[in-house]
Structure formats: C-alpha cells, structure tokens
Design a protein around this ligand. Sequence first.
Ligand SMILES: C[S@@+](CC[C@H](N)C(=O)[O-])C[C@H]1O[C@@H](n2cnc3c(N)ncnc32)[C@H](O)[C@@H]1O
Length: 289
Amino acid sequence: MSDDKQTPQGFASNGILYGITRRALSVLEWAYNLSLSDPRVPEPVSELPEITEIRDHALPRTDISDHLLPLFLEAMAVHPQLIVELGVRTGESTFSLERVATLCGSTLVSVDIDDCARVSTCKNRTFVKSDDIAFARKFPDWCAERGIRPEIDVLFIDTSHLYDHTVQEIKSWFPFLSQNSKVFFHDTNQRRVYYRQDKSMGIGWNSDRGVIRALQEYLGVTFDENVSFTNTWKGWIVRHNALCSGFTILERLNLTSPNTRRGGSNRSSSRDNDFNTVDMVQECAESRP
Ligand SMILES: C[S@@+](CC[C@H](N)C(=O)[O-])C[C@H]1O[C@@H](n2cnc3c(N)ncnc32)[C@H](O)[C@@H]1O
C-alpha cells in the first residue's frame, strides 16, 4: 500500500516510486500543456503600470500565477497600512504585495522560516526569518519597537499547508486583523493535478486538504473546494477560486458605515475590541421589522 502524502520539498515516503510517479506526471503535464492552443489574448493597456508588470510576471505558469493579479487588486482595494505575508519562497506573492505597499505607502512584513530576504528590494518591506507562529507571539513587541500599530489590513497565508499549522496560523494571526481587513489563503484546493484559468495543467501535491480543512473549521461550514463560490459566514464574505491550487479571500462583512461602527473607528483590531461583525449581523437581523 502506498501512502499518497507528499511534501512541497519532495516525496515523504517510498522515494523511488514517488519519484517515478512525479516524473511521469511532469511529462504528462508538459505534453498536455503543449497540446493546448494559447487562449491568452493581449489585454488592453491598463492605467496602472503595475497591472501590466504583474500580468507579464504571471505569464510563466506556476501554482499561483492565476492569483497574482487578483491578489494585487483585492489588496489595493483595502488601501492597507499594514500587510503581513506568511510564506515567501521565491517571492511570487511578494511581487504583487510589494506593489500594493509602494502604491499605498503600506508597511509590508514578509515572514518565512527560510531566508527569503533577497527576493525583493522594496523599501516598504521588512523580511523576518522566523517560524510564523513564533513570530506572532512577538508581533506586538516587534511592532511597538518600530512604531507600527499591530493591526493587519492584508494577511496573506501560504506556508506549510499542513492542517495543524494552518489552525495555529488562524489562531495566532487573526486576533491582529483590523476591522477592514482581508485575508488571502493560497492552496485551498490543493491536489496532485490542478488546472488554471487558461485550461493548462499543473502538478501539485497532496496536503490532505490541510488549508481548506482548517478554514472550514474556523468558518464552521463544509463546502466543496472543487467549485468556485462566494458566500458569507461568521461575519466574512468568502470568495473561493477553485483553480490553480485554490485561492480563498475573506473580506469583512461590515454592515455599517465606517463612521457609525461602534467605537467610532474603523481601525480597531479584533483583539482590542470584543465586538465584531458577527455582532453586527446579529444587530441588523434583530432590528429588521
Ligand atoms: C508555497 S511556499 C510560498 C510561496 C510564495 N508565497 C510565493 O508566492 O512564491 C511556502 C513557504 O512557506 C515557508 N514556510 C513553511 N513553514 C513555515 C513556517 N512554519 N513559518 C514560516 N514560513 C514557513 C517555506 O519556507 C516556503 O518558503
């Protein structure tokens, strides 16, 4: 019996067999993608040069190439002051987030257990080499030392993809989210073979639904991550793109205008405030005739 579990670094067990399988899948991927006619059409020039840069950067197909432009645009819409990126590797997500940071004057904090300091030269970015759970414990002090409010407007999570670790990431980092925050999870539909928007195939690995299980548990729902959807749960608008290994965006479902929110500030974090959007949904429901 073979264990189907792999790791991003390689195959966890029975190395030779997995190595052969992996190689066979790579050949299949190459042949399949070669057989596709290129459906990508030239886009009209955008008013933001950053969009063209990101489109060009996303041309080589990767497990996150479909999501680099949505990540940029969705993060821009928050006009964030503080962006935290968990999981950097070669800096695909950094490419989008550093452009948001530059345009919005945000602070970008990139965290990885490996040294990924050199993937970006963005002046607004600080790289922290650390386990992200350990760093979350130090985060308030780390921010205080730098005069930064520990209120995260954009949180991007793309690390081990393991269930226990993702549960810990949600527990450790969500208390720092601001009232207008967005959270981005990559690899919420992780599988051995995945497809992109342009119908090309990619080879991934089986994390035993680690990220999506942790997210479903947090939201208190089960859904089919093979299907793209938009819904609301637990005070969040949840938008899930099933393609390209899965990308899920959580956006605060703020039902009142920023000026009338309790506390009078739209920058209070959930840690400082025992009131959240679940309460607001409840209040709205109760006030209906
Ligand atoms: C899938 S890669 C990130 C890809 C990156 N977001 C991109 O778009 O290119 C996962 C990264 O998470 C890092 N990582 C894994 N476990 C971690 C942990 N506990 N704390 C911090 N980083 C971790 C790995 O070193 C690796 O660089």
